[in-house]
Design a protein around this ligand. Structure first.
Ligand code: FUL
Length: 478
């Protein structure tokens, strides 16, 4: 009796231990994102609103000597910018609050080169106030770009400028415009009015942002919150690690080469995902002569695929005109773009499929989680298994040309290679893609294919984790 009781206890214990092991979530691998970086990544598309003296002078980089009288929009309407962004599927707007010419779109007490000395609203206007209010009203996030380079400030090129710049950051970030989701530090760094270059005190700049806006993700060429993608053409690396080792580099001339920024570092020690900034027009600022040069719908969908679809955020430069409105040519294109993305990705041809994995780590991590539409439920392989195959039975023949995959980045970026095969009419499997990284979101373009079964093989640095797979048809980017 005693023996059988003992056996029973041992058996129960074994089951409990087995279940506990089976249900344990995988350990994180390598550098992982902060909660703010996860939320930031989920935004996918934001506007970079470029507006200031350049809008009125037709320049890309103002000299800093422009009169404040130049800035005088006849009918500024930040509500229009925000409603266009929202309708086109963008989640936040970052405003160029001070470009390299030094002109501030808010009454910055550190400078006389601001809206306060312009004729606009008799010097009583504040673009940051109007835009942050409009964002709050529509539920979009608000971000700020304040160029460290300043061609107007007389202190530029001396240690005092770092103090001026810190106080400038404070005056925009201290909460008067609500919460700021991203602070953008441009890497462009030239000479100031006295011909000198500035040695920036990046540590102080970062501390200042964190003090007033602890939730803000900080952009620069090399992070710390997110990094430049290394080009302004809308193209993230086909291999794109969100991991990156920034040690020894600084923004601007001290940044690594563009191709390194495009790819990241495979074993980078920090989570510094790529952001892809690209203007909607040839230039970042509005010019009458470029009204007919707005990127085409096909170009924009292609940029979506090579930015959002390559584990990056898309930051699209949008340039309001001298009236203070987004020009009809730009707004019409943005509407078409938003509608196209919605159309492509609203019909997931993998819906209703069944999926089997070569292994899983228990019920909570079963392969079916991949198709449940919930970002926080995922399939994961058991510990010690770094190679796995997922087989999707679509139930019927489906025709598609985009395959979307997502890793659960809260536990790191783990997958280093994957291949995709489809079942052909003669019953054999044909490889249609062989790629490297996935990250938060990967959209793999393939030749249009019709099949009833697809097989995805992954190879990773730690047990692979996938939380979403989708099949789509894109008729716009051909
Ligand atoms: C660049 C700048 O020099 C451009 O003027 C623009 O602000 C763009 C977003 O970043 O590096």
């Amino acid at each position: 009796m005693w023996m059988s009781n003992c056996k029973l206890h041992i058996a129960v214990l074994a089951v409990i231990i087995f279940q506990a092991c089976a249900r344990k979530a995988p350990e994180p691998y390598g550098a992982v994102p902060s909660p703010q970086q996860v939320e930031w990544q989920k935004m996918e598309m934001n506007f970079l609103v470029c507006f200031g003296p350049n809008t009125f002078t037709g320049m890309e980089w103002g000299l800093g000597t422009e009169s404040e009288d130049v800035f005088n929009p006849s009918d500024l309407d930040c509500g229009q910018w925000v409603s266009i962004a929202k309708a086109a599927g963008f989640k936040g707007l970052i405003i160029v609050a001070k470009h390299h010419d030094g002109f501030c779109l808010w009454p910055n007490p550190e400078s006389t080169h601001t809206v306060a000395n312009s004729p606009w609203k008799d010097g009583k206007g504040d673009v940051l106030k109007e835009l942050s209010d409009a964002c709050a009203a529509e539920g979009l996030k608000f971000g700020i770009y304040i160029s460290p380079w300043d061609r107007n400030d007389p202190h530029y090129g001396t240690p005092e400028y770092n103090d001026v710049y810190v106080r400038t950051l404070e005056s925009a970030l201290d909460g008067c415009y609500g919460s700021v989701f991203e602070e953008w530090f441009d890497g462009a760094c030239g000479e100031g009015p006295n011909g000198k270059r500035q040695v920036y005190d990046w540590d102080r700049f970062h501390e200042t942002v964190l003090k007033y806006q602890p939730e803000a993700v900080m952009f620069s060429d090399v992070g710390p919150g997110c990094r430049w993608v290394g080009n302004e053409s809308g193209i993230a690396g086909r291999t794109n690690w969100s991991t990156f080792s920034p040690e020894g580099f600084t923004a601007g001339a001290g940044a690594p080469p563009g191709d390194t920024l495009q790819i990241g570092n495979i074993h980078g020690n920090a989570w510094v995902p790529a952001e892809t900034d690209v203007p909607l027009r040839p230039g970042w600022f509005w010019r009458e002569s470029e009204n007919d040069k707005v990127k085409s719908l096909q170009e924009l969908v292609s940029i979506y695929n090579t930015s959002v679809g390559r584990n990056s955020l898309l930051l699209l430069g949008v340039a309001p005109d001298i009236t203070g409105h987004i020009h009809p040519a730009d707004s019409a294109r943005l509407m078409e773009f938003g509608a196209a993305i919605k159309e492509i990705f609203s019909t997931n041809l993998a819906e209703g499929a069944t999926v089997k994995a070569s292994s899983d780590r228990g019920r909570e991590f079963k392969a079916a989680n991949i198709l449940d539409g919930d970002y926080d439920s995922y399939w994961a392989a058991p510990d010690g298994i770094n190679e796995a195959v997922l087989t999707f039975d679509l139930g019927a023949e489906k025709t598609f040309n985009r395959i979307l995959l997502q890793e659960y980045i809260l536990l790191g970026q783990r997958i280093k290679a994957f291949t995709i095969k489809v079942l052909t009419a003669d019953g054999s499997w044909k490889e249609i893609a062989s790629e490297t990284t996935i990250g938060f979101k990967r959209i793999v373009p393939v030749e249009t294919v019709t099949t009833s079964k697809i097989e995805i093989s992954v190879s990773s640095f730690a047990p692979p984790i996938i939380n979403n797979v989708g099949l789509f048809m894109d008729k716009y980017d051909q």
